[in-house]
Design a protein around this ligand. Sequence first.
Ligand SMILES: Nc1ncnc2c1ncn2[C@@H]1O[C@H](COP(=O)(O)OP(=O)(O)OP(=O)(O)O)[C@@H](O)[C@H]1O
Length: 691
Amino acid sequence: MWQYVKRYAHFAFIAALFMGGEVLMDLIQPGLMRRIVDDGVLGLNNNGVGNLELVWHLGIQMIGMVLIGCCFGSLNNVFVNMASQNMGNDLRKDMFRKIMTFSFPQIDRFGAGSLITRITNDVTQVERLIAQFVRGMVRTVLMTIGSLYFMFTLSPDFAFIVLGALPFIIGAMYFALRKLNPLFTLQQEKLDVVNDMLQEDISAIRIIKACVRETYEKLRFGKGNDDLIKTQLKVLLTLAFLNPLVNMVMNLSVAAILWYGARDVMEGAASPGSIMAAITYTTQLLMGIMMLMMLFQNISRGFISWKRLATVLHLEPEIQDGKFEDKDCSNVSDFSFENADAAGQRSENTTKIINTQGHIEFVNVSFTYPGSQKPVLEHINLTINPGETIAIMGSTGSGKTTLINLIPRFYDVTEGSVRIDGVDVRDYKVSSLRRRIAIALQKSELFSTSIKENIAWGRRESDETNTGTATTCDSKTGTAITDKTKTGTASPDELRGNVSLPNETEPTGSDAHSNTAADADIERAARIAQAHEFIAPLEQGYDTVVAERGMSLSGGQKQRIALARAVLKGSPIMIFDDATSALDLKTEANFYNELAKTSPQSTKIIVAQRIASVRRANRILILESGKIVAEGTHKELLKSCAIYQDIYQSQVGDIAQHENATQTENANTTQPKANTTSKEADASAKGGERA
Ligand SMILES: Nc1ncnc2c1ncn2[C@@H]1O[C@H](COP(=O)(O)OP(=O)(O)OP(=O)(O)O)[C@@H](O)[C@H]1O
């Protein structure tokens, strides 16, 4: 924690100085009050003749002290907040960065709810720990020392009375904190559970309503919440006993001072003013101790939260960078967090540059999910050549997604190796590897921003580059494209970016150097993904803002935006994991046709359930129980593979429809493209989206 504290230690130090000033003002006041009573009112040093002028004089001094103390207190708050909030800000950012470097199993181990609790509630607790420490601890320590000192100067007896009370208070606090500490840990864990449920329920609200499971979910959430409240109640109950106990000890001390002091006053050993001052010091001191009690609670809570944060911050990412960097991405200024973390490491290791072609090899690959005993993939041997289109079919749970997840290292193989262009994926720099792979998934993740931003999102490195020029990768040629839109030197060809596209209006002149170039890229990608048809008629077109997680779009529309995003990324390797399942067959066929035309050199891997989606692939693999059981073209498999034949038989209707769609498409390409296509596409899209 010190590394975070020390960055803002200067603020904390200044805050402590101001707190010292505030305490000093508080400590001086009882002395002034004593003089007002003894000298000003009772005139003890003037034969019983009071001095009103002195009362005024000392009164004004007291008001001045209060005001100065108030200013010191406010300035203390300002600097305390600067220290604690800045530290919290750094912690939150570092937590987020760290989480971004985690592998899926690591994220699963914590759970999304727990990570959210840590990054929000736990960071707040640590902020509070720092604030309370600088504010409360400094105040209490100075106040205790100062009050005891002044009490000793007033009367050592008074000081001994207070010192006698201290062990009771400290003992009570010690036992309370021993009881409270495990409860604080439990409380944070219960909060994790509640946050997990909350997150799950809010994102699944549609299905909860559709299945009329509101009551069930309410009960489930209620139970989690009750558990949290029970723990919180235990904490409060412990405190409920502790507070009155400390109050009682404090009042007994005041009573003892009054009793003792009254006797001294009667015997002439002490003045009434000094008794008043002693009582004020006692109250200040014991209030300080009370505050210390609250402080210990927050400190102990803060340390528990810090431990939870440290578990995340000190966890080594399972997926580590290798030495190989893609040639075309080697001079991309890396924004990615893993690179931020690995920056030092990179300078030590000699980075080896490779020109990615898109050749993929699975060499005797086996994979078992962490925590599971049963392998999901067993001894997979597979070679995919650059520019080849491979389709993977197989029953649900056969391991298709798992297989493709090994390529971008979402998981690392348990045995064997996955190689891209002859290099084990584990030897690549993770960001470089993933930049060369475009992925579209069945469940399209969209962000609550414009359609344009959503499509451009996958190719963001150029936007995030803040030094020099940005380089992205051309899928067709495999060569680097320097993003000269920023420097104003881009030619129209360069402005076409990653996507190699059919001839359309090229941006020229000054347009070529403005945003319209990027817009043109986005539109072309959307056209390939068959998304332009539904985006163009929208009132705001590409600037239409998508609701959270794409809720304002149909399933098919979301998928087409996700496809456009993958196309725009234009990587040498493209993976479509059931990414066209919500499209009708015609739209799907159009997409793959366009893709084949515009990115012939990209290696494409299509995971699909429909024969119509895969029949045009160069090779189709049939995966069963984690093993490749058949491999061949559509025709070959129809002849030789019983599983494929079964699937074919079950989809005969679909296939006929697909053939018609393909014929219509071929006919259309011989005629000028009329506007009717957009209507057809929309109508068919609706069909697909219903699918
Ligand atoms: N994160 C995970 N942890 C543990 N087991 C998993 C995990 N993800 C998938 N599995 C298991 O691995 C097996 C293969 O899953 P995978 O998602 O690869 O299948 P699939 O062929 O893509 O299925 P589908 O066609 O239904 O998408 C399944 O038995 C599944 O239960």
